[in-house]
Design a protein around this ligand. Structure first.
Ligand code: DC
Length: 217
């Protein structure tokens, strides 16, 4: 029997690029455990919010990140646009990133491999991952997707508001000094602007296969 090295797939990209959907589909395809690392930052943001604290307060945010209540990961407010802002702000503090590092690194280091999606998986959490994707789409397309998703959950934000949020979050996530959103030098670029989900998933599997240097696993 040929032993495979652990397959770690790093999927990074900006908000609403389709990276979560793609990462989940890759996890199913390769039968690997999956972690949405954005949920950790979202849970930290939510804890800060629920405690009435200031997300710009690095100490308060880091304290929240050190003891994330697992129940918050399933909170209906986790994915709201207000909480997206809190998550993006708390994630800019180096102490928050440090507090959440071990959990993510341990998940990526499982013996059989794993799929993780986020902003710094290919650059910081799993820099040696054999397969890395950087998933993107135009801000306008990402805003349309996020707007439809929020509307489906009863949100009342206009498309213009969602687009403004996307621009603000892109600027914050890319402009911060601690582990900014960045395409790793060895990450394959996948622009999903003109792709539906099935086409994006097929393209991502093809890119992973190419990164692994084979036609099948
Ligand atoms: O992937 P998401 O939109 O759910 O992430 C929410 C916020 O968390 C995002 O604005 C930036 C931050 N984040 C991060 O800094 N690093 C990650 N690996 C994942 C998310």
């Amino acid at each position: 029997m040929i032993a495979h090295p652990p397959l770690v797939i790093a999927v990074d990209g900006p908000a609403a690029s389709g990276k979560g959907t793609i990462a989940k589909a890759l996890a199913r395809h390769y039968r690997l455990p999956f972690m949405d690392t954005g949920k950790l930052y979202r849970a930290c943001g939510l804890a800060v919010r629920l405690a009435g604290q200031d997300p710009y307060d690095a100490e308060a945010a880091a304290a929240a990140a050190r003891c994330i209540d697992p129940a918050l990961l399933d909170d209906p407010d986790l994915m709201s646009s207000l909480n997206s802002d809190y998550a993006s702000i708390v994630s800019s503090h180096p102490a928050v990133r440090a507090a959440l590092f071990d959990t993510q690194r341990a998940f990526a280091a499982q013996p059989g491999g794993a799929v993780l999606d986020g902003r710094d998986i290919g650059t910081v959490i799993a820099p040696d991952a054999p397969a890395k994707l950087f998933v993107t789409a135009t801000p306008e397309i990402r805003a349309q997707r996020r707007h439809a998703e929020l509307a489906g959950r009863g949100g009342e934000q206009t498309l213009a508001d969602v687009l403004a949020d996307i621009h603000a979050r892109d600027a914050r996530d890319s402009g911060r000094s601690a582990a900014p959103l960045l395409r790793a030098a060895d990450a394959a670029l996948l622009d999903t602007s003109t792709l539906d989900i099935a086409a994006a998933v097929a393209a991502s599997i093809a890119l992973v296969e190419r990164a692994l240097g084979h036609g099948g696993r």
